[in-house]
Design a protein around this ligand. Structure first.
Ligand code: AQP
Length: 344
């Protein structure tokens, strides 16, 4: 298959306050990637409409998520930071992919089943179609690498399936127009590290999630030091002391989660964390974890609050990012239209 220049794309939904899971699974990785790659980081506001939403809240959270990107260290001058709806080609390409993707593929998506709940008939078509729009987000830029949390693995596989089918279905037209044997790359997920799936602090079997009704289930990036310490102190654990080796975390989801969070925040392996804290009581480990979390999140919180008070500056980042994104999206979309036979 043709070689594609390396390009990173990832998106975050503006559906509420970002949490430690979003930070460790995505934002921290965004910052790491910008040192070595060209990156597009998108606030996916169209995705946020797939569940019932309030217009004013959507506008506010779109700005807040942008502020959080920057506060975590994403440099808007070096990367393309923008909101999805500003670049109309995302929705345009999603339609073309709707005609490529198969119903059976979408019927297998577990996130739709979880979010739609029992009354599937009442879910929006947008929620069902979410993974196709996500494929369009990534492939519109012909991105090759996608840093995301583990919960997005299945959607990323679908993105690869859509890219592959498009390349096969239109192989002759792609070759005829000088694109070689593939127009779209098959993007790779960068799903790695000790915190690729951060779990709820109240239930180690459930993902930490913005929409969890229990505020003690998550640590928000805007929580103050006392709140963080209190949430970690109250985090569910079991009665055993911490094991000294990683194997000892098996079947202990709450312990595994807290050790994973510590390891990711300290940039260490879980094994190193357990070498230090293994055999000790949870209370001691929780104090160390609270201290580390507060040290890492306090400067981020301060910067988020500062940027939230300056919406004009945040809007200028989004406007500038949209211009840069469009400059890549437009010629790619034109090429797709030519490939599939649309006159433009
Ligand atoms: N718990 C998590 N652990 C690791 N990574 C996570 N991500 C989300 N939760 C965790 C990653 O954060 C990025 C942005 O996610 P999103 O907000 O676009 O959507 P989501 O995965 O649906 O996030 P939430 O918190 O669960 O939101 P709601 O409750 O609104 O659905 C993605 O890379 C995701 O993998």
């Amino acid at each position: 298959m043709a070689k594609f220049p390396e390009l990173v794309f990832s998106g975050v939904q503006p559906t509420g306050n970002l949490h430690l899971g979003n930070y460790l699974g995505a934002l921290k990785r965004f910052v790491e990637m910008q040192a070595t790659h060209s990156c597009l980081y998108c606030v996916v506001d169209l995705h946020a409409m797939t569940m019932p939403h309030d217009p004013e809240t959507l506008r506010r959270t779109t700005r807040e998520v942008t502020a959080a990107f920057v506060a975590c260290g994403v440099d808007p001058k070096k990367n393309v930071v923008f909101n999805q709806s500003r670049v109309g080609e995302h929705a345009e390409l999603a339609w073309i992919f709707d005609c490529v993707a198969r119903l059976g593929w979408l019927n297998r998506m577990t996130q739709f089943k979880e979010k739609a709940g029992k009354d599937r008939e009442a879910a929006s078509i947008g929620l069902y179609n979410y993974p196709v729009l996500m494929a369009a987000d990534i492939l519109l830029y012909r991105a090759t690498h996608v840093p995301v949390g583990e919960d997005q693995r299945q959607h990323l596989e679908l993105t690869r399936d859509i890219a592959q089918k498009f390349n096969n279905d239109f192989a002759a037209s792609i070759a005829e127009r000088g694109w070689g044997d593939a127009f779209f790359p098959l993007p790779e997920g960068l799903i790695q590290g000790p915190a690729m799936r951060v779990m709820s602090l109240r239930d180690g079997t459930k993902k930490m999630s913005k929409s969890d009704p229990s505020e003690y289930s998550l640590i928000a990036l805007t929580d103050d030091a006392d709140t963080i310490a209190q949430k970690i102190r109250k985090a569910k654990t079991d009665a055993e002391p911490l094991p000294s080796e990683v194997e000892g975390l098996t079947s202990r989801p709450e312990a595994e989660n807290l050790v994973g969070i510590y390891a990711a925040l300290a940039d260490e392996a879980k094994a190193d964390v357990l070498r230090r804290f293994g055999g000790g009581q949870f209370s001691q480990f929780k104090n160390a974890l609270a201290e580390l979390t507060v040290a890492k999140l306090t400067p981020i919180r301060a910067e988020i609050l500062r940027l939230n008070a300056d919406p004009g500056f945040v809007d200028s980042i989004l406007a500038d990012g949209a211009r840069k994104a469009q400059a890549i999206a437009k010629p790619n979309m034109d090429a797709v239209k030519d490939i599939v036979g649309l006159i433009r």
